[in-house]
Design a protein around this ligand. Structure first.
Ligand SMILES: Nc1ncnc2c1ncn2[C@@H]1O[C@H](COP(=O)(O)OP(=O)(O)OP(=O)(O)O)[C@@H](O)[C@H]1O
Length: 313
């Protein structure tokens, strides 16, 4: 039987009350399994509990209840092995400004007890594209280089699982692509990848499977394709040649709302009609189309469809 990369059961976290704030139940009993070898997306809005979950995996936050197994090691029974099985690229660059990239990687390897003969410092410098900056002080590195160094630090102990916490927030396109190339390559070599992101497009492109966390609970857990397939509502935004009110005479399956700026938004269910059929219906209803664009499903749509299904059930 194959062990999962991660197996979480009944995980709860309540942050204690402080003088200023009330106690906060950040995780309300999470069950989650992540398959070995997958690229797994953990999605959710701000404050959903993603960082809390990741920090528990990293051993930085102490859970209130439940069990966490990392690469088969129970965190409570084998804390050292479970910590060694995971590498975390944190959200915030927490680099010592006086270390060089080579120095940072060496220190990190030392912290994980990697013997000198088994360190992969030069290989990692190459991978993250910092070989020519190996002796530069961290404070002289660009934001993008710092991010890459954080990825390098997460890899020094050759963990089988890599966790990336919002790796592309505020990152330019070039760095984003480089980062994803690296991640794909590591995954091809067998590494399990877990990433959090706010961007559904990114998750759609990268992840095999996704869990959506909201208010400390998992509200959806499926393959990416299945999850996106749940969003069947589509919208065509039309700019009419002349100012036009929402036309009468549309089929009942198409809804029309007037938007600011004189555009009309036509919403329909993609299981019932194609965009071409909707465009025909719009023309038949007497609208002359100057311009048209589609609105793609985003994380919000997935949330809306999931929560409305739950409340309708
Ligand atoms: N140290 C803390 N003490 C008290 N409450 C906390 C602490 N850390 C997080 N919280 C609260 O727990 C909830 C979950 O926060 P968490 O940071 O895990 O969410 P998140 O999904 O990672 O959000 P983001 O995307 O903004 O990082 C939030 O309501 C947050 O205010």
């Amino acid at each position: 039987m194959t062990e999962n990369a991660i197996k979480i059961t009944g995980l709860r976290k309540t942050y204690a009350a402080t003088g200023r704030s009330e106690a906060k139940e950040a995780l309300k009993g999470i069950d989650l399994e992540v398959r070995r070898g997958s690229i797994f997306g953990l999605l959710g809005p701000n404050g959903a509990g993603k960082s809390t979950l990741i920090n528990i995996l990293a051993g930085l936050v102490v859970k209130s209840a439940g069990s966490v197994r990392i690469w088969g090691f129970d965190q409570d029974v084998n804390p050292r092995q479970s910590r060694a099985a995971i590498g975390i690229m944190p959200q915030e660059p927490n680099l010592d400004p006086f270390f060089t990239p080579r120095g940072s990687l060496e220190v990190q390897a030392g912290l994980y007890g990697v013997p000198k003969g088994r360190r992969r410092t030069e290989e990692i410098l190459d991978l993250i594209g910092l070989a020519d900056k190996a002796e530069a002080y961290a404070r002289s590195l660009s934001g993008g280089m710092r991010r890459r160094l954080l990825l390098g630090k997460a890899l020094v102990h050759s963990p089988p699982i890599l966790v990336l916490d919002e790796p592309t927030a505020g990152v330019d396109i070039e760095l984003r692509q480089q980062l994803w190339q690296n991640v794909r390559m590591l995954n091809r070599q067998g590494m399990t990848i877990i990433l959090t992101t706010h961007y559904l497009e990114e998750a759609e492109e990268m992840c095999d499977e996704i869990a959506i966390v909201n208010h400390g609970e998992i509200v959806a857990r499926d393959t990416t394709a299945n999850l996106l397939g749940q969003v069947t509502g589509k919208t065509l935004v039309v700019r009419p040649r002349e100012p036009t009110p929402p036309p009468a005479g549309l089929p009942p399956t198409i809804r029309c709302d007037a938007r600011e700026g004189g555009t009309l938004a036509f919403s329909f269910d993609s299981r019932r009609a194609t965009a071409g059929q909707v465009l025909d219906a719009i023309r038949e209803a007497g609208v002359t189309i100057e311009d048209v664009r589609t609105e793609e499903a985003d994380l919000e749509d997935v949330f809306l469809s999931i929560t409305s299904e739950k409340s309708a059930a």
